[in-house]
Design a protein around this ligand. Structure first.
Ligand code: GUN
Ligand code: ZN
Length: 503
């Protein structure tokens, strides 16, 4: 289908989009965070999720509703929207997660899709098999075949205006993920969650999360809406969006709060150990950690007359930081500095740095959707040298014609010389004609003290130019480059150290 999703803006593989959810009569802006609502325990009233946090969509579990006698009849009578008190879009899960936890559930895809339609779900889910990471290939293949059957059963079901998820499985085998993505894309289903990520997310295996997402994306249509099932920690949102995910669902805000954990954009802290709150959300502005600890689950008489426990207040903070980060991610996509935000987040946790490095292994894929022009490129770490903009410049260099005798230099053009032309050299991009100085990305802000990674990337730019112009005579004036950068300059290019020349 896919005509329910419109992409408005790109940065790397991240995008701002609009997901039309016809059964709810709403259009949801992506990237979107769907708070997970446990139908038995409303930690935060769904109405407040919409009004105070800006949630346009939430996710709940139809399998739990179906197997809980106390609420099943009421949800069937009232419909899910009235039962929860939420008039945005509601996605429902199928019991697959319970299947993964307990090994068996008593419902088929046909039955649970029918039940989701009856309770008024806007986006339903078949019973896919969330194959965990690190299993043997035979199991991953066998379970993927079962997931494909579930997708076919969902396609055959009567769904009306309700959208349907087509989960992409394949465990930690990138080729299976890619194939699963291609298969899911070819169904008539609507939204594409990358599944069984929870074990990887819980152990901060972000490099493998990125590998799984990129593999699924290689199989999926570029304009398919992609959900990262079970992901909602604010630390990794920018990374996951840059890898190409559009939807997230967070149970973390409530689960973590239950254990006294406080989410931040650079990790998780324990309320127990905190002396100060680094945040200015309503909860953190009104309380100190000590005050929150004293509530101790007994409930308080808050200034607004409500009676909230420490757990509820922690859950609120957790959700505030998560939505705040999501807005920051969207703003970064608009300005074109999403990868800079990911770089900042990568400094908060080594596992995030692995995630960023893995994402940059796929710079060629990111380059395909990266805008040709945006806000200035900032060089903020040596990972910046591997950004898609650098790669694109190198590709472009191989198509530029050069004069016979060309000086490439990091300093100003010498006042008298007998070269046919003098080009600038700017790490990490490398050489370019002076006329391009004011065009993106060559307007980059680069530190005075360039690092070796930027010099190596610039040398690769020189190599790209030399390779496509074998007859040109190239001279490189460099500012004391490190040996491994000079090693990357082809033998045929003459080099001069500007420091030694005193320029
Ligand atoms: N929730 C978290 N992971 C999954 C998954 O792989 N499939 C389904 N259906 N729900 C999930
Ligand atoms: Zn806060």
């Amino acid at each position: 289908m896919r005509d329910h999703f419109e992409i408005r803006d790109h940065d790397a593989a991240g995008r701002i989009g609009r997901l039309e959810v016809p059964r709810a009569g709403v259009t949801v802006e992506t990237p979107a965070l769907l708070p997970v609502v446990n139908p038995n325990v409303l930690t935060i009233e769904p109405r407040r999720l919409a009004e105070e946090f800006g949630a346009e969509m939430l996710i709940t579990n139809s399998y739990i509703i179906r197997s809980t006698d106390r609420i099943r009849g009421r949800v069937l009578d009232q419909g899910l929207h009235e039962f929860l008190g939420f008039d945005g879009a509601i996605m429902t899960d199928s019991g697959s997660f319970q299947l993964a936890e307990y090994g068996d559930i008593d419902v088929t895809t046909e039955e649970i899709i029918e039940f989701q339609r009856e309770i008024g779900s806007d986006v339903a889910t078949p019973v896919d098999v969330p194959t965990p990471p690190d299993v043997d290939r035979e199991r991953a293949e066998r379970e993927l075949a079962t997931t494909k059957t579930a997708l076919a059963d969902a396609e055959a079901a009567e769904t009306g205006e309700m959208l349907v998820n087509a989960p992409v499985q394949g465990s930690t085998f990138p080729d299976l993920r890619e194939e699963a993505g291609r298969h899911a894309s070819a169904t008539g289903l609507d939204v594409f969650p990358v599944g069984a990520m929870v074990p990887l997310l819980n152990s901060y295996r972000y490099a493998e999360v990125v590998e799984a997402v990129r593999a699924a994306k290689r199989g999926l249509d570029p304009d398919a809406p992609v959900h990262l099932f079970g992901a909602g920690h604010p630390m990794m949102l920018a990374l996951a969006v840059a890898a190409g995910c559009d939807l997230f669902d967070s149970a973390a805000y409530a689960l973590m709060a239950r254990d006294g954990r406080y989410l931040t954009v650079s990790g998780t802290e324990h309320l127990e150990d905190m002396e100060y709150f680094p945040c200015s959300c309503p909860v953190c502005a009104d309380h100190t950690p000590a005050e929150l600890r004293e509530l101790d689950g007994s409930g308080e008489d808050d200034t607004d007359g409500t009676d909230r426990s420490a757990e509820e207040l922690l859950a609120e903070h957790n959700l505030h930081v998560t939505f705040e980060e999501l807005r920051r991610v969207k703003a970064a996509i608009r300005s074109g500095n999403l990868l800079q935000l990911v770089d900042r987040r990568a400094r908060g946790h080594p596992a995030m740095l692995d995630g960023l490095r893995t994402l940059l292994d796929h710079a060629d894929e990111l380059e395909r959707t990266d805008p040709v022009s945006k806000d200035a490129f900032f060089y903020t770490s040596h990972e910046s040298a591997r950004r898609p903009e650098v790669r694109r410049h190198h590709d472009r260099l191989s198509r530029l014609a050069v004069p016979d005798r060309l000086l490439l230099t990091e300093s100003d053009a010498p006042s008298n010389h007998d070269y046919d032309a003098v080009w600038r050299v700017k790490p990490p991009f490398g050489p370019f004609p002076r006329a391009l100085s004011e065009t993106y990305p060559l307007t980059a802000e680069v530190p005075e003290r360039v690092d070796g990674a930027a010099q190596v990337a610039a040398a690769e730019g020189v190599a790209s130019l030399a390779e496509s112009n074998p007859d040109a005579e190239l001279t490189l004036g460099h500012d004391d480059w490190v040996p491994r950068a000079l090693d990357a300059v082809p033998d045929g290019v003459e080099t001069e150290n500007l420091r030694h020349l005193g320029r």
